[in-house]
Design a protein around this ligand. Structure first.
Ligand code: GLC
Length: 556
């Protein structure tokens, strides 16, 4: 074996900037822990589990939206940005949660949704009640329809969730009227970010939460705020290599360069506050150079690395993705991030359990080939151990530390994702990765709620995944994550340079990082590893031969 090709970590790795190396744990509030027993997770539930997160060793939690919302897109449809939805708790609960997290050294990131509001928002209700051309309508993207009677939508754009991206309103006098744009559900009207009132309102919302001690924002659809003013027709192209969210540069409503102006402004707002607060972009753009542009020094601190998420369990693609990530983020002085799962994609344990490249936002349901659970779990553990060795910052989606698979058998009448409804059941959508997580084996709702209620049905057979079945159990997935999170800090991998080890068998990746050598076997064939060092961590037993679908860390 020879070593070659060193990719430098980001240029200023050793500063006080916690976000360059942080493990950020995503909490999907409705599915994390239910304090009041109504079947929907809540802030009290989260507060009751903070010690469990300390045990795991996370640096920060990112909370998916908890604001007042009719919940037509699980809270990504916000009706009031300055209050907590009563289903989740109160502002006082949120203040207490922030304080309790800070007491434990855990930072709290909120999820802000600026591309659209809920149709229940007072602004949209006012727009509906006002005339075309009014200031109330100018906060959103209202347009006249095409055709002599305006009965055709202004463009052929499609909603991300399926169906048209425009809906027609009925004017106050009862006649069919203008159309408004909604890149997502019709209950999520897009805001007009050319309108200064919109800009000012969000400055105020950011400050509202920053004043309460929030440590930063994950910004929803950060690539969507600006639309091509010519409003050309456009049909999205699908490229399996890019994955579900790949956005082409010619898209007139995603990835427009004008969005960067907004983010530069937001950065000035964040920078008014002490304490190293951050902005994290959910920007589904490609190629990697475009994504890295969101993390230039005067914009976002971090962006989700979706190309890495979609590299799959494939040695060549992973290596390319890791190289490009370190190079492009490094080129703008940002840390790379690493992410395998979130609330919008099939859990990676199940993606990796499919031999063919798996579906993403379409979900896996009863009609589909079912993942191989054991294979998926082996690969997921291997992937996690690889990810946690990489330089930069890592996102962990609640439940992945338990090795939790996708729930693939949710009955049709229990489904909630707008994707399911807007495609007439053709696409299952994202419910399968959003099922309440298991805490206690043998308990009602696996300990998610005290009453056994759960807003989405939990599959049978999750006892083995429950936290109680894994905590303190050597070799469990929970303990693997915990050990790897502690070891990445102890060994300093997250600020180190990565150097590839060449000459390994087909399907095996190897790299050195800090004082570790990391070997990842993406093939099914066991691979002899000629490395005399001691084993630090292994996703499967290691005795000089690396099992198929496994990762090992060896002391150099
Ligand atoms: C983001 C969120 C997703 C939501 C969509 C619309 O992609 O992650 O859950 O449905 O934006 O807000």
């Amino acid at each position: 074996m020879s070593t070659a090709v060193t990719t430098p970590a980001s240029p200023t790795p050793h500063g006080p900037e916690w976000w360059r190396t942080a493990v950020i744990y995503q909490i999907y509030p409705r599915s994390f822990a239910d304090g009041n027993g109504d079947g929907l997770g809540d802030l009290a539930g989260i507060a009751s589990r903070l010690d469990d997160l300390s045990y795991l060793g996370v640096d920060a939690i990112w909370l998916s939206p908890f604001f007042v919302s009719p919940q037509r897109d699980a809270g990504y449809d916000v009706a009031n940005y300055r209050d907590v939805d009563p289903r989740f708790g109160t502002l006082a609960d949120m203040d207490a949660l922030i304080a309790a997290a800070h007491d434990r050294g855990i930072r709290v990131i909120a999820d802000i949704v600026p591309n659209h509001t809920s149709s229940d928002h007072v602004w949209f209700q006012a727009a509906l009640a006002s005339a075309p051309g009014s200031p109330e309508r100018a906060r959103y993207l209202f347009k006249d329809g095409k055709g002599p009677d305006g009965s055709q939508p202004p463009t052929d754009w499609l909603s991300v969730f399926g169906g048209p991206a425009w809906s027609r309103v009925t004017e106050a006098d009862g006649t069919p009227g203008q159309w408004y744009l909604h890149l997502f559900d019709e209950s999520q009207p897009d805001l007009n970010w050319d309108n200064q009132e919109v800009v000012d309102e969000f400055d105020s919302v950011l400050r509202f939460w920053l004043d309460r001690g929030i440590d930063g924002f994950r910004v929803d659809v950060a690539h969507g705020m600006v639309k091509d003013p010519a409003y050309p027709d456009y049909q999205p192209k699908h490229d399996p290599e890019i994955g579900g969210g790949g956005i082409y540069l010619d898209c007139p409503y995603f990835g427009q360069t004008g969005v960067h102006r907004i983010w530069r402004h937001w950065r000035t707002v964040i920078d008014e506050y002490p304490g190293d607060r951050i902005l994290t972009a959910e920007s589904w753009v490609h190629p990697m150079t475009e994504l890295a542009n969101y993390t230039r020094p005067d914009e976002y601190h971090q962006a989700f690395n979706f190309p890495f998420m979609f590299a799959g369990w494939d040695a060549a693609k992973l290596r390319t993705s890791i190289d490009e990530s370190l190079k492009e983020f490094g080129a703008v002085g940002a840390p790379s991030t690493w992410v395998l799962s979130n609330h919008d994609v099939v859990r990676h344990t199940s993606r990796f359990g499919l031999r063919d490249s798996g579906p993403q936002g379409s979900g896996i349901g009863p009609r589909d080939p079912q993942p191989d659970e054991a294979l998926g779990l082996a690969r997921a553990r291997g992937a996690a151990l690889m990810m946690l060795a990489l330089p930069g910052s890592v996102f962990v989606y609640q439940g992945e530390e338990l090795g939790l698979p996708e729930a693939t058998q949710i009955p049709a009448d229990a489904r909630q994702d707008p994707t399911w409804f807007r495609t007439g059941g053709e696409k299952y959508g994202r419910d399968g990765c959003r099922v309440p997580i298991p805490w206690q084996a043998g308990a009602p709702a696996y300990g998610f709620s005290p009453t056994g209620a759960a807003w989405l049905p939990q599959p049978e057979g999750w006892d083995a995944y429950a936290r109680s079945a894994q905590e303190g159990v050597e070799g469990s997935t929970l303990e693997l994550y915990r050990a790897a999170m502690a070891a990445r800090t102890a060994h300093g991998t997250s600020t180190a340079d990565l150097t590839w080890i060449e000459g390994l068998p087909a399907g095996v990746l190897g790299f050195t990082v800090a004082d570790l050598a990391v070997y990842v076997n993406t093939s099914d064939t066991p691979a002899p590893i000629d490395d005399p060092g001691d084993v630090v961590l292994a996703s499967q037993d290691f005795d000089g031969t690396l099992a198929g679908n496994a990762t090992v860390w060896i002391q150099r």
